[in-house]
Design a protein around this ligand. Structure first.
Ligand code: NAD
Length: 490
């Protein structure tokens, strides 16, 4: 029987959607994946594999090799050999040809990549199809364009690559994070050992297949899979010149302390607790849509998610009512359904973390509102959640939840909201909604956040740098700034 999504406004049903799932018939996921080292698929020394599951169904999708220190050493050796013998000797123009080829192949196979991203990570297909995969291809295109123009990127300087980059990425944007890491490294003449997150290895492994198809010289990109120990083996390997890490602040701090004194270069892209600020003069409907997009998009698994909302007092009631109405219309469910707004939580562990924060929010005395929608019985799900009447000191206001949970506060003046918005250990991003350009300029110059969006949210472009202040890390990815961590300048 056909299932239908009923969209409700209050108790009244306003429209219905029939199921519209993406077909998976043309998707090829191997039963087992080995490690991609020196252009070949290599068995792990330990002979151990771990399962990667679909968080929407809890079905096993594949088994993936668990790389240990010896495997990581092989990968670093392959990357060093490729760096010395091939990649550092190629002209920028030749390097660009390969990177453009990866970008084009990714565009051609976009559908396959989107579906696998949604199956392995749980995100709604409209996100992986419209955001993750096109942006990943755009990053390869953009950085390819710089490969033969590095002397213009850094005028009057002699530009040299660093050598071998060790890169470790999280599970919220698996392919996109791989693109953010691999593309600038290659464009600047470095070779790579990359580790995807243990819950979402499949699109990185698919990217390895695509890299083979693109004919990239062996060993230029090596992809090893595993959990924290594998990541640590990369970071702490003696022959790595640069570490690029995206993930939690806790692990970022560990990495920073472990490489002190080694001479390795480091960039850290860490957690966030972004403030989204609505002024009385904002276009309220547009702002509500932006807030929804900013926190519930990708199940709130977004480092720059607008998880703290500040509303100017005169429009508070209106904003909350509109937010609640909109939350009730969000479709939660099968990530492969084209009508789905909110897919599955990435893992059981993350589900527990989010549920725990919801409990804490209730205990702290905040007003709780959650969509009344049904969620599937199997898999990991959280209904879009809203907390009002929260205090600045609340845990749910101070700590990164990394789930679809929004905490709302009010304010009366610009100074007050700047002070409140900056009152966080993080500083990755923020959003401002107002009719007045002067307010935007005033706020953006005083907000301690790497990215501030005005009258929009979560918009990305490969030409625009992204990165944080304070405990959100340092270094930038994207744009001209994103090349700087991968070159030595004389
Ligand atoms: P995490 O720190 O647990 O893991 C990230 C990666 O590091 C994974 O591949 C993991 O296997 C690896 N890892 C774990 N322990 C390690 C260790 N000791 N040494 C080396 N590697 C290790 O983070 P997560 O839960 O996968 O990702 C969510 C976090 O990532 C959130 O805090 C989010 O804000 C952050 N994030 C930041 C950005 C950004 O651009 N600033 C982008 C995406 C995600």
């Amino acid at each position: 029987m056909k299932k239908e999504h009923k969209l409700k406004l209050g108790k009244q049903s306003i429209w219905q959607y029939a199921d519209a799932p993406e077909s998976t018939s043309h998707i090829q996921i191997k039963k087992k994946y080995d490690l991609f080292i020196d252009g070949k698929w290599v068995k792990p020394e330990s002979k151990k594999y771990f399962k990667t599951i679909n968080p929407a169904t809890e079905e096993v999708l594949s088994e993936v090799a668990l790389a240990g220190k010896k495997d990581v050493d092989k990968a670093v050796k392959a990357a060093r050999k490729a760096y010395r013998n091939v990649w550092s000797k190629l002209s920028g123009r030749e390097r660009a040809k390969y990177i453009y080829r990866i970008a084009r192949l990714l565009q051609e196979r976009a559908r396959e990549f989107s579906i696998i991203e949604s199956m392995d990570g749980g995100k709604a297909i409209r996100e992986s199809r419209d955001v993750d995969v096109p942006l990943a291809a755009a990053h390869f295109f953009y950085t390819a364009g710089w490969a033969d123009k590095l002397e213009y990127a850094f005028p009057n300087r002699k530009v040299r690559p660093l050598g071998v980059a060790g890169q470790v990425i999280p599970w919220n944007f698996p392919l996109l994070m791989a693109a953010w890491k691999i593309a600038p490294a290659l464009a600047c003449g470095n070779t790579v050992v990359l580790k995807p997150a243990e819950t979402t290895p499949l699109t990185a492994l698919k990217l390895a297949e695509l890299i083979q198809d693109a004919g990239l010289p062996e060993g230029v990109v090596n992809i090893v899979t595993g959990a924290g120990d594998t990541g640590a083996a990369i970071v702490n390997h003696d022959d790595i010149d640069k570490v690029a890490f995206t993930g939690s602040t806790a692990v970022g701090k560990l990495i920073q302390s472990s490489i002190v004194g080694t001479g390795k270069k480091l960039t850290l892209e860490l957690g966030g607790k972004a403030a989204n600020i609505i002024f009385e003069d904002a276009p309220i409907d547009q702002a509500v849509e932006g807030i929804i997009n900013g926190i519930y998009f990708n199940q709130g698994h977004v480092c720059c998610a607008g998880s703290r909302l500040f509303v100017e007092e005169p429009v508070y009631k209106e904003v909350i009512r509109k937010l609640q109405d909109r939350i009730e219309t969000l479709v939660v469910g099968n990530p492969l359904d084209k009508n789905t707004d909110i897919g599955a939580i990435n893992s059981k562990e993350q589900l527990k973390t989010i549920e725990n924060y919801i409990k804490i929010g209730k205990k702290e005395g905040a007003e709780f509102f959650q969509s009344a929608c049904n969620v599937p019985k199997k898999g990991f799900w959280v209904r879009p959640t809203l907390f009002t009447e929260v205090a600045q000191s609340s845990k749910i206001v101070q700590e990164e939840i990394f789930g679809p949970v929004l905490a709302v506060q009010t304010f009366r003046s610009v100074d007050e909201v700047i002070q409140k918005a900056n009152n966080t250990p993080y500083g990755l991003s923020a959003g401002v909604w107002t009719d007045k350009g002067s307010k935007i300029f005033n706020l953006t110059s005083k907000m301690r956040a790497g990215v501030v969006w005005a009258n929009t949210y979560n918009k990305f472009d490969p030409a625009s740098p992204f990165g944080g202040y304070k405990e959100s890390g340092f270094g930038r990815e994207g744009g001209l700034h994103g090349l700087r961590p991968y070159v030595r300048l004389n």
